[in-house]
Each structure stands twice: as structure tokens, then as C-alpha cells.
Design a protein around this ligand. Structure first.
Ligand code: MG
Length: 377
């Protein structure tokens, strides 16, 4: 039985992870659950799954958490530091990191420092600290298993293959809700329009990132660190149906793709059950019903985020961290109605222009960028 720690259990990925585990109670046991602020749901989850400990980040919710679990043996904690202690002190076989944004970076680092494998949904960990995390993994033997559907697809295509045979990888992306929208009207895009993703049901941050395609930019950097391929060998391809989750092209011209219905439970389950594909009764892919799949090159004017992502990846150092943090801040401001949709990428470019990179960079440098960014960007 695998012992699992789940970080961010009340978000979209966290909830799907619990559905995966509920399906296979004989294979998985939850050691702890953590959440940012959704205390009622955390209490409900803890009552069902009976972990040893739970942690709520927002301290004003702590009393409610303790009261909600008063007649149980579940240990209640609060604050981000206690999440790091939980990771250090427990003997989880694998940690699923579904914390949203840069707040999840340190948890990944602490887990791999301890030598614990991480099922990683928090792509920002690798975007900001990919080099650092890879170095720690090679020292401790910890592994990163991608939960991101594109990276899970590439990982599955690479099973049994030699790294030197890979010519390029092709990350697919739906293009989001504004693939066909008139560019002249981008200035009037509303919060509600941007939050309506055509295929995937996800949290607010990643849904906006999908609309701007910053998500694909982050995924390009994530792929670079996961699969150790030069940026020029990672292509982005628009595929509106989100059926092919990504592909690998080999040096003999052969291309392998991984397909499936767009359902995050599948890559989550694979990251937890690897190297096995264990059974479930979720909907199956029906290609005859879908009929046609479409592909196109991303338009650089519509999606400047992809060009910026390639630039920061080539520049290295602290640029990818600033790229991520400036985007996090800009998305927050867009959701608050303070800036327009096109201003998201403009603000990121401004932040990058003003930044002087540190290369190499330490964990302290990255934490500094992440902690100070609300004041800077
Ligand atoms: Mg993805």
C-alpha cells in the first residue's frame, strides 16, 4: 500500500486525486491533507479519508478546523511552515503537490531533499526552481512524476525508449476560449469569458493561464526540466479537441502520441500508480464519435506568452521565476478587474525588462522573488 501526502486537497486536482484514491482504497493510504482556506471541505475530506494529520494554511481558519475534527484522532495544524514540517516528518512514499502557483515551490524542494517522490501538479516548482530541483533529485534519488496532462503524455510515450532516440517533443494545447476571437476585441474580454474553458474544468488561475496560453509557456519550461531537451526541440501545437495530450517524435521519424478523454483523473492516477495502468470505470475515448481532430500552429500575435516563455528559458537564471511571478500577479489583477486581458502579457514583459537576472540562483534568491513580487510587479 502506498502512503500518500496530498498538498492542496480542496482544489480541482486535489478533489480529483481523492476520487482516484477512493476508487482504489486497497492501494493507497492518505497520511495527510493540506488546504489553503477551504476549511469546511477539508473537514469533510478528513472525516471520509481519516488521515493522520491535516493542515490549513490560513491561520484564522484553524479554530474551525479543530472544532470540526474535535471528536477524531486527526492531528490539526495551521500555517505554511507546518506543511513543510509534515513533509519532513512523515514517511510518505509519494507526495501529490497540487498547491496553486509559486506557493507550492518550497514543498516540492523539501520533499525531494528528503528523498520522497513527488507527483507534481504544481508546475511552478519546476518553472521557478527546475535546475535546483533536478540537482537535489540526482543527489537524493527522489523522482518527479508529472501530473500535468501534457507531460504525463510525454512520459507515457517515453516508456521503454532511450532518451538519445528522441528528436523532439510536441506539447499540444487547446488554444483556450479565444482561439477564434477577433484580436481587435481582446481589450474587452471579461473575467467571466476568460474563465470559460472549452474542454477542461480547472481552477481560476490555470483557466486564465490557458486563455492567455501562459499555461503552455509554463509547460514549455516544465517540459525542459522534466525531459532534459533543448528549448528548440520542444514544439507547441494547437489541438482544440484536447484528445491527443502530447507527442514524442523519434529520430527515425516515428511519432508516438498519448490520447484520452480530457479528464485529469487519468494523469493523476498514472502518477500515483506508475509504472502500472490500474483499472477504473471512467468514460472511454470514442474516436468514431469525435470523428475529426484538428491541429494548427499557435499565432504569435494572439499568444505572445509563448515567445516570452522561450526567451526566458533561453536567458535562464532568475528570469523564468520572474516570468512566473509577474504572470501570477497580473492574473490576480485581471481577476480583480484592475487590468485588461492584453495587459497580462504586457505587465509580464515590463517586469522582465526591469529585472536583472541572477545566474546561478539560490533557493533564497527564488524565495525572495516569490515573496516580494506583490510589491514589485
Ligand atoms: Mg497541462
Amino acid at each position: 500500500m502506498k502512503k500518500i501526502g496530498i498538498l492542496g486537497s480542496t482544489g480541482s486536482i486535489g478533489k480529483n486525486t481523492l476520487k482516484v484514491i477512493q476508487n482504489h482504497p486497497e492501494q493507497f493510504r492518505i497520511l495527510y491533507l493540506t488546504a489553503n482556506r477551504q476549511v469546511e471541505l477539508l473537514i469533510e475530506q478528513a472525516r471520509i479519508f481519516q488521515p493522520e494529520a491535516v493542515c490549513i494554511v490560513v491561520k484564522t481558519k484553524y479554530q474551525q478546523l479543530c472544532e470540526g475534527l474535535a471528536n477524531t484522532n486527526i492531528h490539526c495544524l495551521t500555517g505554511g511552515d507546518n506543511i513543510l514540517d509534515l513533509i519532513r516528518d512523515s514517511d510518505a512514499d509519494i507526495i501529490l503537490n497540487a498547491i496553486v502557483g509559486s506557493a507550492g515551490m518550497q514543498s516540492t524542494i523539501v520533499a525531494v531533499q528528503k528523498g520522497t517522490d513527488v507527483a507534481l501538479s504544481n508546475k511552478e516548482s519546476l518553472v521557478m526552481a527546475g535546475e535546483l530541483i533536478n540537482n537535489i533529485c540526482s543527489e537524493t534519488g527522489a523522482k518527479i512524476f508529472p501530473v500535468d496532462s501534457e507531460h504525463s503524455a510525454v512520459w507515457q510515450c517515453l516508456a521503454g525508449e532511450s532518451p538519445e532516440d528522441v528528436e523532439r517533443i510536441i506539447l499540444t494545447g487547446s488554444g483556450g476560449p479565444f482561439l477564434r476571437r477577433d484580436l481587435a476585441t481582446f481589450g474587452t474580454i471579461t473575467r467571466e469569458e476568460a474563465l470559460r474553458h472549452p474542454n477542461w474544468s480547472m481552477g481560476n488561475k490555470i483557466t486564465i493561464d490557458s486563455a492567455t496560453m501562459f499555461n503552455k509557456g509554463l509547460e514549455l519550461i516544465e517540459a525542459y526540466h522534466l525531459f532534459h531537451l533543448d528549448e528548440s526541440k520542444i514544439d507547441i501545437l494547437i489541438h482544440p479537441e484536447s484528445i491527443i495530450h502530447s507527442m514524442v517524435q523519434f529520430q527515425d521519424g516515428s511519432v508516438k502520441a498519448q490520447l484520452g478523454v480530457p479528464d485529469m483523473k487519468v494523469p493523476i492516477q498514472y502518477a500515483l500508480s506508475y509504472p502500472q495502468h490500474i483499472s477504473n470505470d471512467w468514460p472511454r475515448l470514442d474516436l468514431a464519435k469525435i470523428g475529426t481532430l484538428h491541429f494548427e500552429e499557435p499565432n504569435p500575435t494572439r499568444f505572445p506568452s509563448l515567445r516570452i516563455a522561450r526567451e526566458v528559458l533561453r536567458a535562464g537564471g532568475t528570469y523564468p521565476a520572474v516570468f512566473n511571478m509577474a504572470n501570477e500577479c497580473a492574473v490576480e489583477r485581471f481577476l480583480e478587474g484592475k487590468i485588461s486581458f492584453p495587459e497580462i502579457s504586457e505587465e509580464v514583459e515590463k517586469a522582465l525588462e526591469a529585472h536583472k537576472t541572477l545566474n546561478p540562483c539560490s533557493l533564497d534568491d527564488l524565495l525572495n522573488i516569490s515573496n516580494c513580487s506583490k510589491k514589485i510587479f
